[in-house]
Design a protein around this ligand. Structure first.
Ligand SMILES: *Cc1c(COP(=O)(O)O)cnc(C)c1O
Length: 416
């Protein structure tokens, strides 16, 4: 017998759960890509995208995944031989660094390890000694380690060092999950993709850029035609928005997702992610009291609210992932960048994705399923993990004073 038949839950750190509302919006006849509803819809989405990124400036949309957005961003501001400094807290920083090398940049990497944030003081000292970089690259949240970097503090370090190049941030994992303030934090270029906090299937890449970045682009001798953000951010006619045919159905999905984001509010979305993530931490802390399970990042202040990386020791990580998927319909993420694939240690890590369309019952269900798996596989663990998560959810919900007897909002919701 298996207990997995029912609605599956893909709890990997991207792609994330796609809301039915987004799927339904995509279930539509092909729209005209030259005039009419689609053209009007895209024009209306641009200001909303800026709001999600907390910027008043430009955005270019690409038919691409996150890797495409990485390359798009770099291609607009780097020429072969330009120097780039990458601040690394995990595998995704190295991935972006490789893309920078691919467009001809000379890349230096400052490594901060897999358990610590980027240290602004070290960045400042490095730049004081050698500040001749066209761009500094940082991942806001590195999805492999689940470390969240303080991008505002990095900006202050760059300013303190008198650095006058660009600051570029990868928010592919974090946008619409973890608080991010592009303009207030002084970020020049930010990249994102559709399939994580934005709740749309993979296929749209976003590059947000500041007036300073636009000036750097304007001085470039040459930018590859497809990645050039100028016609996309400021198109003379609709076809230029996407460097060719628009990704019609992804855009319909994005329209629905932006509606959902506007209805909930970005601050409320960040708060929901933070609370649900605290429930996960509470469960893991209890399980970890006895046994091998632990969070990758010890300090809660350094952890993402979009993804959680865990260590449990080989072969338990893989065994647990396989059990919860096979027996209960929950898919957890593989560990990334902690041990080389093929190495037996690789089986000792896993990750939980909790980005986008997730709520309390999904998180509690997922945690209850993990607890069941720990028990079934006889993996040593402390008691009370699920109850600890339940406490977090209980304490965060509407307080009794807000629930008037005999009223009202609830009745209205159910009966009208
Ligand atoms: C997912 C992710 C990427 C890669 O995105 P793809 O769509 O897989 O190309 C890059 N950076 C971060 C931080 C990510 O989470």
């Amino acid at each position: 017998m298996s207990l997995r038949h029912g609605r599956p839950y893909l709890a990997i750190p991207g792609p994330s759960v796609v809301p039915d509302r987004v799927l339904a919006a995509m279930h539509a006849p092909a729209p005209n890509i030259y005039e009419g509803a689609l053209v009007d819809m895209v024009a209306g989405m641009i200001p909303e995208l800026r709001q999600v990124a907390r910027t008043a400036h430009h955005v270019a949309i690409y038919v691409s995944n996150g890797h495409g957005a990485w390359e798009a961003a770099l291609s607009n501001v780097l020429s072969p031989g330009d120097r780039v400094l990458v601040l690394s807290t995990g595998q995704f920083a190295h991935g972006w660094a490789e893309v920078a090398q691919g467009v001809g940049a000379e890349v230096d990497i400052l490594e901060f390890g897999k358990q610590a944030q980027v240290d602004p003081a070290r960045v400042e000292a490095h730049l004081r000694a050698d500040g001749d970089y066209r761009a500094v690259l940082v991942t806001h949240v590195d999805t492999s380690t689940s470390i969240r970097n303080d991008v505002g503090a990095v900006r202050k370090a760059l300013d303190a060092a008198g650095y006058d190049g660009l600051l570029m941030a990868d928010c592919i994992a974090s946008l619409a999950c973890d608080r991010f303030e592009m303009d207030a934090w002084g970020v020049d270029i930010m990249v994102a993709a559709s399939q994580k906090g934005l709740m749309v299937p993979p296929g749209l890449g976003f590059v947000f850029f500041s007036p300073k970045a636009a000036t750097v682009r304007a001085a470039m001798p040459r930018v590859s035609k497809y990645w050039d953000w100028i016609p996309r951010a400021d198109p003379e006619f609709f076809y230029q928005y996407f460097g060719g045919t628009a990704p019609t159905h992804h855009l319909l999905g994005l329209r629905a997702s932006l509606d959902m984001i506007a209805e909930e509010g970005i601050e409320a979305i960040w708060a929901r992610h933070a609370t649900l993530t605290r429930a996960i931490w509470a469960a893991v802390d209890a399980w970890g009291k006895e046994g091998p399970l632990e969070l990758n990042v010890a300090d809660p202040a350094l952890r993402s609210h979009a993804v959680t990386a865990l260590k449990i020791g080989a072969p338990y990580g893989t065994a647990l992932r396989e059990w919860v998927e096979r027996e209960a319909g929950v898919t957890l993420g593989i560990g990334l960048g902690m041990a080389p694939p093929g190495d037996p240690e690789w089986h000792g890590f896993f990750r939980i994705g909790h980005m986008g369309h997730v709520n309390a019952h999904m998180i509690l269900g997922m945690l209850g399923t993990i607890e069941a798996g720990l028990g079934a596989l006889q993996i040593p663990h402390g008691a009370g993990g699920l109850s600890a998560a339940v406490q977090v959810i209980s304490a965060a919900g509407t307080s009794p004073a807000q629930v008037e007897p005999g009223n009202t909002a609830m009745q209205k919701q159910c009966c009208e």
